[in-house]
Design a binder for this molecule. Structure first.
Ligand code: URA
Length: 433
């Protein structure tokens, strides 16, 4: 078998066998297939698609590229969640401490930024010293000790996804349903979780632009997981505007800490609670949504969730002092205020433009080897439906040393993101299903 023939086969829209998929994945992982050939195959997949059967083989090959964790001697209920990618999506940073503080063992395998979206691992790395790469044994022990750990794929957990994920990020091959499904579902199977809740996003700041496409992805993921003997729950939510107010790694961690201190934006609360409620019911901690809400609010109000975040940071060797001293985050030393060009209601806040702006400021990567500026990003002062006066600040851009041209491009993107109208806009439903 030759990679070249398999690229040609997919380019012609033909279906691969299980052996062919495994050949591609195993040989790419071992370095026998080069980045350029895998990139060509991924691009052919983006144009021709994979059948549900090929998607299941790809998912299985990712799972089998590493180990599958087993928590059966710790608890019958292990929770995990995943988002298909968004802008300002810091739900994990709030949800995992909340769940663990309510007694739910939470094993969270996360990724880095992908395409224009942010990634939990990059966000956590903005905490000085925080170790994002736990060995399987350390991941298991930490969950046993403090009920929660958040880690990237170690070399022995879905390493094939890890390598392909980084390649997709820089080859414009992210927004394919089968590739997203294999990437997400394989990690969830390998993490050994029994309660898996997925947040499938649609809209300008998501890989899939319409609710219909999000529903198709949700079905593909639940069907694929079922074929591999896992049940997963799915929430479909809008990503037309960023979640919360901050976009950028350290800024999002700060917003999450503020949430756990009791100060949050309504949209971030709504989606985090929805995912928490499903998990608490699955894990038999709450009998219904009403009880889940009481529990959720209680651990925010009594700071138990914040304490749990501190424990996670400490266990993963991060500097816990960041919780009370945000200056330790090294935020961008320059702040540019963006003013409203006229008065009125914010009628549009395009998540994709905000993401492009944050990336231009240094918060994301263009090439695999690009460094990320953890302190760069955008803080929004207004969201859809808010009223602004002319010249009121609608956003702030945080950045370090950048050339003038790049700063101007970023300013251009953020200005493009906002639309202001004389009328109050119709409210957008955050959770579609
Ligand atoms: N999150 C992942 O882990 N993989 C994807 O492909 C998209 C979002």
């Amino acid at each position: 078998m030759r990679a070249l023939d398999l690229i040609q086969k997919k380019k012609e829209g033909k279906e691969h066998t299980k052996e062919e998929i495994y050949f591609l994945i195993e040989n790419y992982l071992s370095g026998k297939i080069e980045d350029y050939q895998m990139s060509a195959w991924l691009m052919a997949v983006c144009f021709q698609g994979l059948t549900p059967r090929e998607t299941a083989y790809l998912t299985q090959s990712f799972v089998e590229s590493g180990e599958v964790l087993d928590f059966s001697n710790i608890s019958p209920y292990i929770a995990d969640k995943h988002s298909t990618g968004g802008v300002g999506d810091k739900v994990t940073l709030v949800l995992i401490p909340v769940l663990a503080s309510l007694g739910v063992y939470s094993a969270k395998l996360s990724g880095r930024g992908l395409g224009f979206t942010g990634g939990t691992i990059d966000k956590l790395e903005s905490i000085p010293g925080f170790c994002v790469e736990l060995k399987n044994e350390d991941f298991l022990n930490q969950i046993k000790d403090i009920k929660a750990a958040i880690s990237s794929q170690s070399p022995n957990l879905t390493p094939a996804d890890g390598k392909i994920y980084a390649l997709r990020d820089v080859t414009a091959t992210v927004d394919n349903k089968s590739l997203i499904c294999a990437s997400v579902v394989s990690k969830k199977i390998a993490s050994g979780a029994t309660s898996i809740v997925l947040d499938v996003k649609y809209g300008s700041g998501a890989f899939l632009k319409t609710v219909q496409e999000a529903k198709e992805l949700a079905k593909l993921m639940t069907d694929t997981a079922k074929l591999l003997n896992k049940n997963i729950d799915v929430v479909i939510s809008s990503m037309e505007q960023p979640l919360g107010l901050c976009v950028g790694n350290a800024l999002e961690v700060i917003e999450s800490i503020e949430f756990l201190k009791g100060k949050y934006e309504k949209d971030l609360y709504e989606i985090t609670f929805e995912l928490a409620a499903k998990t608490l019911i699955n894990c038999k901690i709450a009998k219904d949504k009403k009880e889940a809400k009481e529990l959720f609010d209680s651990v925010i109000n009594n700071s138990k969730a914040l304490d749990k975040l501190k424990q996670i940071i400490k266990a993963q060797k991060g500097n816990v002092e960041v919780i009370d001293d945000y200056s330790l985050f090294n935020l961008g030393k320059n702040i540019k205020e963006i003013k409203a060009p006229k008065e009125g209601y914010i009628s549009k806040l395009d998540a994709l433009c905000v993401a492009h702006c944050a990336k231009l400021l240094g918060a994301g990567r263009d090439k695999k080897s690009d460094p990320v500026d953890y302190g760069a990003g955008v803080v929004l002062s207004k969201k859809i439906g808010d009223y602004t006066k002319k010249d009121e600040t609608i956003a702030q851009l945080y950045f370090n040393d950048l050339d003038k041209e790049r700063i101007n491009e970023a300013i251009n993107e953020i200005n493009k993101a906002f639309e202001i109208s004389d009328n109050i806009p119709n409210s957008v439903e955050l959770i579609a299903k």
